[in-house]
Design a protein. Sequence first.
Length: 252
Amino acid sequence: MSAKLPPTILRFDSIDSTNLEAMRQARAGASEGLCVVARKQTSGRGRLDRSWHSQKDAGLYFSIVLRPALEMNFWPLLPLMSALAVSDALMKSCGLSTDIKWPNDILANDRKLCGILVETVETVNGSAAIAGIGINLTSASLPNHLRSQATSIEEIIGRKPNGEEVLTELLNVIAERYEVLQSAGGAEHTLREWCAHSSFAFDRQVRVSLNDDSFVGITRGLESDGALRVESADGRIKIVRAGDVTALRPLG
Ligand code: BTN
């Protein structure tokens, strides 16, 4: 995906999931940069097999086909790169300052504003990554049980943003961040940038949960593949590659 080429955009009024459609397109040979956008998803997918609420026009729901020129061990940096791009785009298009919770949740006022799901798919042209992004534009249709943990751009800036403007900005910054990631020293740069944009990178007391297991510890930066280093109570560093991270102590 070149930073200069405008991507091809496929638009749907309603679809099961933009990630699923982007996977189907990738399997059928779609080029890098193909972007699938929908006004509504009937089976929006989230991390850890969760679903993603996708009411019509309440959010920006889209997925991009990537064919990274990166060694496989750096592919886990794609979600971190995508989170940085969302953070850049929200600042540029809405003046919104956000935080990144490992690995790629975008928070505003400690509540979730955007989720990112990067999935890999095997295709006739080799492995591809599908970067799916869901941004809450308005809170109107958020289910009650999510209201204390989720927020929207509208709730924060006081008006519903123009989704098309946010999308255009995002596609530009994704192209830039993606090009940097694939350049010499790009992985280290992306890791440094992620740490600079996330209050979760260092010295944050968190609970890490995966399935029925959980432990509490203090964050100690990232591994070279983007895994989170967490120091547990016995002083040992645990390397977290999956699961949910929750802050135990708000900043400040
Ligand atoms: C998460 O935080 O759990 C990730 C949510 C990702 C949601 C987006 S919406 C567009 C794309 N299509 C999907 O089915 N999921 C992603």
